[in-house]
Design a binder for this molecule. Structure first.
Ligand code: FES
Length: 133
């Protein structure tokens, strides 16, 4: 069973948010990887684009590769660097169903006092992994 790491927590509007990164470590108009737990599927990609912060799963569902944070940003899309599956940066939605049906999970993110907070995540493991954990 995978575990989440322990991040500082705050409550906003009765919802728990985790402080997962310092703003100074963000890449302007790019992405970084943050591990939320001790499992590859618990990695997220945090993007800072046009002064907005976005948080998506870092694991591309095409070949289960943790490369989304290294993807190419084009307009409001993130393009996986391996085989170019393309997702909406905000929602994680797969924007080209001809490439496959799966989307990226997205997590609400915000910046407060120079830290990135994400709403308490619930990582959905790929179906083929749900039997093993
Ligand atoms: S692993 Fe991302 S497109 Fe293939």
């Amino acid at each position: 069973m995978a575990d989440y790491y322990n991040f500082p927590k705050i409550i906003i509007d009765n919802e728990e948010y985790w402080q997962v990164e310092s703003v100074k470590n963000l890449k302007i108009n790019g992405g970084i990887t943050v591990a939320l737990g001790d499992d590859l599927d618990y990695e997220v990609a945090i993007f800072f684009v046009n002064n907005e912060v976005y948080c998506l799963s870092n694991v591309c569902p095409h070949r289960h590769q943790n490369k989304i944070s290294q993807g190419y940003i084009k307009d409001e899309h993130i393009i996986c660097p391996l085989h170019h599956w393309t997702y909406n940066l905000k929602t994680g939605e797969n924007i080209n169903k001809l490439q496959g049906l799966k989307s990226l999970q997205s997590f609400e993110a915000r910046i407060i006092d120079n830290f990135v907070y994400i709403k308490k995540p619930k990582i959905n493991l790929p179906k083929w992994r749900q039997m093993e954990i």
